[in-house]
Design a protein around this ligand. Structure first.
Ligand code: BGC
Ligand code: BGC
Length: 668
């Protein structure tokens, strides 16, 4: 009884206690709620009506060191997953050249992959979106079926179209001689940037590692084709592509502040800061030996324009300036780029570039992390060994070797770009854009770019004929198309196409030059294609003329470094076999000028087509006279490699064809 009473009382008491606990809890919750509203500003960073700077401030103070270092880490998709992104709070994922979720992956497969990382990021404590980056350097080139534009060397040769038809004869000679040099076509690259942005977004990606604004001063460099040309002013005008990729900021937009004009635009990346195109003998990732004044005059200008347009990110160059690795160069990276030029976006390292601060690479990774982060680099393209990177950087901050304020500067910049890109509001792919990949109007634009980038180096009346061979006749009864590059989409696209180094054959969707020729000639014209005809194949077969398309094999980066710059011998053989008995127009597919003497004497016409990309129809449009040539060489055409480096304006300039050279079909 007593027990029961006790128990009853006891239970009464316990009810009372529970009640008391409940009300205390309610009070606490109310207090907490009050605190959240008053003190924490209702997760202000999630409120898109707030200014970007206010959102950054709010978010940054909530972040732990671990979360901050996660933001500074960029990893490769091969090691990325939803779980990894969540666990480490990874700030960015990329795919390197040729790295893809599946062979010939469709746009939605890419989107699923990127969204998956985003789900990981959104499920972290603070839900900071990941930013996915890709090398979209001549269109969205890693993606099967995307439009592939000419590489930059070709775009740098494109000129504004004043004259479209070879039948217009009234333009004075000085137009081609002088004015043509200045009538660059930045509007064309702006449109290409906009179309590329759409295709990149159409695979769920908000960030392109483009444009390369290197001023290539030596064509022996394997990346020369990624450069718009040898002249600083030319490259400066081509930075307009940034306005296509990111959109054009309003006049009130502050210089240096990242700008992304909405969900069909992407974050761009000017690369590689600075002097990448000025290394000794054009050796990739090597040393640019020059005065500071020359470095600024030749290589820095394009960065001024990029920063003025609100470029959101800048990639640091593998190369060194007077022996100091750019990735360790605090003066140029922090003092010049951030402080003097006022760049407020984020700086990203190149791929494993901090490893290469030491020789051999990664000999002292702690030193690499320390010097690169203290130099001022904000995001590190690790891209594989991220746990190591995170541990080391964490240790360096805890020991005080890297300051908390350096970390905060890096994260502030990364968040600024993420807010500017609207990633917090729309982190996922916009699947309505899927049909933009390889869209018809983009292919038309690429075709126009091909037409405008072709440079006519020679057009003559050889072997007794009274007429120049170009424009080619559409109605000839029988013609020969020959050469390694005549019917090969992969070769005409070059490196950075589907794979890092590029490849040969039907690597993606597009039109080869042979197909384009067949599309262009009359129905009664028989087009015979033979890749490598011998001399007998050509003789007495009733061919009216031949088109020979030859050139370099694809390459990227260091694999493209070349001290000889000769036309591969198979191409020379074909020129000899064909041109010795037929009138021939030669189309050269190459990432740079190559040695032409003495072979040029065998040709009736020679066209530098650079690396035209997927729309080979643009080549036929001009060869057959539907459009005239307008391109002016973005490069000095040297005679011999022992003249290199040789650039316009040099003392003793003695080129085969000068910078800016390019004929029309009306010229002799
Ligand atoms: C290249 C960069 C490129 C990066 C990511 C590096 O090797 O130098 O231009 O953006 O790889 O693929
Ligand atoms: C990647 C490229 C990268 C290169 C750098 C390759 O494996 O695919 O994107 O630029 O490595 O060395």
């Amino acid at each position: 009884m007593l027990l029961s009473i006790r128990s009853t009382r006891g239970s009464d008491i316990s009810i009372d206690r529970r009640g008391m606990r409940a009300s205390a809890m309610a009070l606490l919750l109310a207090l907490l709620g009050f605190l959240l509203v008053a003190g924490d500003g209702q997760m202000l960073y999630k409120d898109s009506r707030q200014s970007i700077e206010a959102r950054i401030k709010d978010l940054l103070r909530r972040m732990t060191l671990e979360e901050k270092i996660g933001q500074m880490t960029q990893i490769e998709r091969a090691v990325a997953s939803q779980a990894v992104v969540r666990q480490y709070g990874i700030g960015s994922v990329l795919n390197g050249g040729g790295s893809a979720p599946a062979e010939r992956a469709a746009p939605n497969v890419w989107e699923d992959m990127v969204d998956d990382y985003q789900i990981g990021a959104m499920s972290t404590r603070l839900g900071i979106p990941v930013i996915y980056g890709v090398d979209a350097v001549h269109g969205h080139n890693n993606v099967y079926g995307a439009t592939i534009y000419p590489h930059n060397i070709g775009l740098g040769s494109s000129r504004y179209l004043l004259i479209l038809s070879p039948s217009i004869f009234f333009l004075p000679f000085w137009y081609e001689k002088f004015l043509g040099l200045f009538l660059r076509d930045p509007e064309l690259v702006r449109r290409i940037g906009a179309a590329t942005a759409l295709e990149v977004r159409a695979t769920g990606m908000p960030y392109a590692f483009a444009p390369c604004i290197a001023v290539c001063r030596d064509p022996r460099w394997g990346r020369c084709y990624e450069s718009y040309g040898e002249d600083t002013q030319l490259v400066r005008s081509m930075t307009k592509i940034i306005q296509g990729l990111q959109g054009s900021p309003p006049p009130s937009h502050p210089s240096g502040y990242p700008y992304v004009g909405g969900p069909s635009k992407v974050v761009a990346c000017a690369k590689h800061f600075v002097g990448d195109g000025g290394t000794v003998k054009g050796i990739d990732e090597n040393n640019t030996v020059t005065t500071y004044r020359q470095l600024v005059q030749v290589h820095m200008g394009p960065y001024l324009d990029a920063i003025a347009m609100g470029v959101s990110t800048i990639m640091i160059s593998y190369s060194s300036f007077n022996g100091i690795k750019m990735h360790a160069n605090r003066f140029l990276v922090t003092e010049v780029l951030k402080n003097r030029l006022g760049f407020q976006g984020f700086l990203i390292s190149d791929w494993e570039a901090i490893d290469r601060i030491t020789d051999p690479p990664k000999q002292n990774y702690t030193y690499s992390v320390l010097t690169s982060v203290n130099a001022g680099i904000d995001m590190i393209m690790v891209p594989f060994d991220y746990q190591n990177f995170i541990n080391i950087l964490t240790g360096l901050v805890k020991s005080g070797a890297v300051s908390q304020s350096r970390i905060d500067d890096a994260v502030t910049r990364i968040l600024r770009v993420k807010f500017a890109a609207g990633l917090f509001e729309a982190p996922k792919a916009n699947r309505k854009l899927n049909n933009k990949v390889g869209a018809e109007d983009h292919r038309e634009l690429a075709r126009e770019a091909v037409r405008k980038s072709l440079v006519l180096l020679k057009n003559s009346a050889r072997s007794g004929s009274s007429k120049n061979i170009l424009p080619l006749s559409k109605t000839a009864p029988k013609i020969l198309v020959a050469g390694t590059h005549a019917d090969d989409l992969g070769l005409q696209c070059g490196g950075w196409t589907i794979t890092w180094q590029g490849g040969s054959g039907q690597t993606t969707i597009g039109t080869t030059i042979r197909q384009a020729i067949a599309n262009t000639v009359s129905q009664s014209t028989q087009v015979v294609y033979e890749q490598s005809p011998d001399a007998n194949f050509v003789k007495d077969k009733g061919f009216s003329y031949a088109v020979v398309v030859i050139g370099e094999q694809p390459y990227a980066e260091i694999a493209g470094d070349n001290l000889n710059l000769t036309i591969p011998s198979q191409g020379i053989d074909t020129i000899r076999n064909v041109c010795s008995s037929l009138r021939c127009a030669v189309v050269l597919i190459s990432g740079r000028p190559l040695v032409l003497e003495p072979h040029i004497d065998m040709m009736d016409a020679l066209v530098a087509a650079w690396l035209p990309g997927s729309e080979g129809q643009g080549v036929a449009d001009v060869l057959f006279g539907d459009h005239d040539f307008v391109g002016k060489s973005s490069r000095t055409w040297f005679k011999r490699v022992d003249q290199l480096p040789m650039n316009v304006g040099d003392m003793g300039y003695d080129p085969l064809f000068p910078y800016g050279f390019g004929m029309t079909m009306r010229q002799q």
